[in-house]
Write a protein that binds this ligand. Structure first.
Ligand code: SDX
Length: 389
């Protein structure tokens, strides 16, 4: 007979099952708000349009993580701290040299992000200095590790960060071994702002679930990186270019879409759980792509993208399916000379700010995630000996 514990808590009322937790609030958060009907996105109450026009990625990261825009003294100190922690131990670089050069950079990033936990004490979550240290180290070292694997897989030694370059320019320098054009660096920094945070998307949910067990922040980010890698989430930006290249020419756009829809294929870079209009980030990224084309020359794939968006609007628009953040981002990165399989690692560089903001917020009011389930399996079965099966 089950012995009732004298103070057994009342069983919470069972909620209906919602696939993918669609529409189910799984946390309370003050970090980011999305209006999917109006196509509005705010970080800590500031519109992403204002942040793109006025801010930088590191200032936006500070806002997301600490909740307020920094004073100039606070911002300078934060930028200096991140700059001083960009270097990565030779042990991690040597580990990356043993990775297969054909491996996907997201797998290399997940492994190297997790390895950071080997170097820093694990359980000091009640120590504010540990929290600040983890925030600075992850923001500083994730770009260095992405750039390092790019050079290592080409058979080269990674190059050290340059302390005289700002965050975005330094990443492009470490990646390409050349100091970037100021417009390219500014546009890349804007891309990082646009990808920094997006409420409870799949990888951020992973981060919060992992954080809720009180593990170290390096494991939290590694868990989120693995989640972001999927083609339905951050991996779509890489697939969009492959899709446009498969379409090949303007006259093939409509027939390609017809066939894809007939085969119930998901159009990469389209659709969103929250937005039922064009993703506001896609609107800004499209303009950034056009700015780059004006300065550095056109990309015919952009014409295919515009045509696909136009044709898809008739067929998918009525279902609330429009371009999302991944539809134009790849065209920007391609014009910046970034290899396609680095598009998602770049998404991870930016989203580390959001993951860290949610990690900190989860710690501030933590209860370990342990949802319920509706059991649909067999019950009360008698054992079947092997010879009788
Ligand atoms: C990101 O959550 C976030 O905030 C994520 C993100 C962030 O910043 O973190 O914004 C980043 O992940 C952007 C999304 C990148 N992924 C893609 O572009 C892949 C293609 N998109 C789809 O797989 C899809 O739209 C999702 C995954 C983005 C959203 O999926 P949902 O909300 O679970 O929608 P669903 O798959 O249940 O589809 C609902 C209906 C279906 O039709 P019916 O069966 O009801 O007739 O809409 C259709 C789907 O077939 N549909 C699409 C479609 N997306 C949804 N049909 C064609 N092409 C698509 N892209």
């Amino acid at each position: 007979m089950a012995v009732e514990s004298p103070t057994a808590p009342a069983t919470p009322e069972r909620q209906p099952f919602r696939p993918g937790l669609e529409g189910v609030p799984a946390t309370q958060s003050a970090i980011c708000d999305i209006d999917g009907q109006q196509g509005l996105l705010t970080y800590r109450g500031y519109s992403v349009g204002d942040l793109v026009a006025q801010s930088s990625f590191l200032e936006t990261a500070y806002l997301l993580i600490w909740g307020e825009l920094p004073t100039s003294t606070e911002l300078r100190a934060f930028e200096h701290e991140v700059q001083m922690h960009r270097r990565v131990s030779f042990r991690i670089r040597d580990m990356m040299k043993s990775f297969p050069s054909g491996g996907h950079p997201m797998d290399a990033l997940q492994a190297s992000a997790a390895s950071l936990g080997l170097f820093y004490s694990r359980r000091a979550l009640d120590n504010p200095e540990y929290i600040v240290g983890a925030v600075v180290r992850l923001l500083a070292k994730i770009p260095t590790m992405v750039a390092a694997f790019q050079l290592i897989r080409k058979g080269q030694d990674p190059i050290q960060p340059r302390d005289d370059l700002a965050y975005a320019a330094n990443f492009l320098y470490m990646l390409t071994e050349r100091e970037p054009d100021p417009l390219a660096a500014r546009i890349f920094d804007t891309c990082l702002i646009l990808h920094a945070e997006h409420s409870l998307n799949a990888s951020t949910f992973s981060a919060r679930v992992t954080a809720s067990t009180l593990t170290d922040p390096y494991a939290v980010v590694a868990s989120a990186v693995g989640t972001l890698a999927g083609p339905l989430h951050g991996g779509a930006n890489e697939d969009v270019l492959a899709m446009l290249e498969e379409i090949g020419s303007l006259d093939q756009v409509e027939p390609w879409l017809e066939q894809a829809m007939a085969q119930k294929q998901k159009i990469m870079g389209f659709g969103h759980r929250e937005y039922k209009v064009k993703d506001p980030r896609a609107v800004i990224l499209q303009k950034l792509a056009e700015d780059l084309f004006d300065q550095f020359g056109h990309d015919p794939l952009y014409d295919l993208a515009r045509k696909l968006e136009e044709v898809a609007a008739e067929r998918l628009g009525p279902k609330g399916i429009y371009p999302n953040v991944d539809f134009y981002s790849g065209l920007v990165y391609r014009k910046l000379g970034i290899p396609e399989d680095l598009f998602t690692p770049i998404f991870a560089i930016a989203r580390t700010a959001g993951w860290l903001a949610h990690w900190k917020e989860q710690l501030g009011a933590n209860r370990i995630y342990r949802p319920s389930q509706i059991y649909t399996g067999a019950a009360g079965r008698d054992w079947m000996p092997l010879q009788a099966r």
